[in-house]
Design a protein around this ligand. Sequence first.
Ligand SMILES: CC(C)C[C@H](NC(=O)[C@@H](N)CC(C)C)C(=O)O
Length: 698
Amino acid sequence: KILNEKRDKLEFSKVVCGYPLSIFFIVVNEFCERFSYYGMRAVLVLYFKYFLRWDDDLATSIYHTFVALCYLTPILGAIVADSWLGKFKTIIYLSIVYAVGQVAMAVSAIHDITDSDRDGTPDSMTFHIVLSMVGLFLIALGTGGIKPCVAAFGGDQFGEHQDRQRRTFFSVFYLCINGGSLLSTIITPVLRAQECGIYSKQKCYSLAFGVPAALMVVALVVFIIGSGMYYKAEPQGNIMLDVCKCIGFAIKNRYRHRSKQYPKRQHWMDWAEEKYDKLLIAQIKMVLKVLFLYIPLPMFWTLFDQKGSRWTLQATTMDGNFGALVIQPDQMQTVNPILILTLVPIMDSLIYPLIKKCGLNFTPLKRMTVGMLLAAIAFVCAALVQIQIDKTLPTFPSTSQSQLKLLNMGSNSVTVKLPGNDALILPAAQVYPFINNCNTKFTNLLPETNDLTSKPQEGNNAIRFVNGMKTAVNVSTAAADFGLIEPFYYSNYSQIKNGKATFTLRSGSQSCEYSTNFGFGSSYTFFIHSTLVFGSNCQDSVTAVEDIKPNSVHMALQIPQYFFITAGEVMFSVTGLEFSYSQAPSNMKAVLQAGWLFTVAIGNFIVLIVAELAKIPKQWAEYVLFASLLVAVCVIFSIMAYFYTYIDPTEIEAQFKKKINEDDEDDKSKPGKAEVEMVKRDSIKCHDEYDKATQTKM
Ligand SMILES: CC(C)C[C@H](NC(=O)[C@@H](N)CC(C)C)C(=O)O
């Protein structure tokens, strides 16, 4: 009570609308930090692919390893904060590491540094690779390390009587995460698309990494400006070591006294009572109870993180034309932060109060359970959309089949008779696709060609040209060069983005242009007629033959799945963040935040494992499998949650403190207790430090 009064007094001068002013600096810091992190992440794979020239597989593996590392390092940051430096100093030091990492990334993306021959490409790729890997390692250490500390540090700023404000803080904190990430995922790809360079102009990755680096410096500066206003709990010695030793002793002691002659104890941790302070044992019990509850949680993140992978791939097979706006498949992911920005206020100011008004006690664990169910519903929606998409996909020959395509280059229809098949009439300038079992041999029909065996990737369109002229023709667009196509021959496929494309057809010094519009995921063979006259309009002398239809299922159909997963995220993640803080003992707030983030890391690993092992041929079935797994896990979680009793760690700690003080007084007044007192003083070292920390305010 005394402590809280002291805190109240100290905070009084810096309270705005019931909130400590210090949290303003913390949420702005989080906004800038998330801008920095997500902005850099948005262009990372492209940097690997186009700057470092890595193949898709290597780029994706390194990307996922980096993301997983970002959710593993919180453990490190939390241990350093809770045991050694305290949250404030940990945030400052690791933010510096983080900013250095971002700067290293920006420098690694300056091609001019090693471009001594000035041809626009780096001469020493090793330099760029090493620098960027060092940068990424520092970023992972920084972003992960500070993450549990910033959230817990924010929570620390509130007094015991400010539960409601603290809950609102975690919601605002989440809004800032998503505001920052939304802005940066829109801005950094635009920066990347700019051209920059000293000797030669190239895509500006250095700017796309430089702006996030600058934002990280801003985050650090803002955090330091608030320095005088923070409540800074002191670290309490090597708490993690004490925790490990205490748990180890309890297990050893329990094993030593396994025989039936020893009376059972209420909890297995009580076997540490001989050597360790009761307060520490109680705190460990609190943490273990929550960590046990966390076991099923990674499954939620397993589904959640597929937004960025499977759902984006799904979007590549859909039509992103929204009239005035054309949405690229990977841009669909921004729906999540947009929805967060709308759903968090709606939930906090409308849905939760309404539920409360109806007399329902919507406890944090109930919210998290509903959040999981919503994520499962999102995956059912994704499965339904997938079924629709599958209906529109073309049939490709299986491994035991071959495909024959006949193109009539003449100006009249022709009748074609294939061995073992009825005669068919093939109109002029049309392709007839024919799938047959491999045992039927067609000879002398077409030269061998590598045809498409799947839909074009990433929503692009696969385009090729067939030259029906007696002279060779060169075909090119701004985005692709089809090369010189010999008479009666064809070009390779090139990938063209959706929207309008203008092809230049050239023969010697003569040329003409042909323009057309593309949707998403189609394939066309453009047939150049023998009648084409260069120098005139060649629009009528090229015929587009549709090999694969453009995507016809609209991307808007993904909105319900995004809605459900985001509503689930608000209920699960925002609540979980606050729950992890409120149920943690005072000396392990950051550690429990790190435990919470660890569930995200495990969830990411499950995606990788299941995707590798399951190998389910039908994508919709995989979605249903994930939804069912989450429902099963959700049932287990709700049973565990049913048996969980909410605690007030501060209250419990205060009771222990009082009890120990009383015992101390008792012991001192009793003659001949000096020895016992000495042993006790040793064992309650943690308690003394706890005392010191909770009464310190800098
Ligand atoms: C614990 C994290 C996974 C939570 C949080 N992520 C989000 O809020 C997402 N909605 C952001 C979106 C851009 C993927 C974070 O701290 O990044």
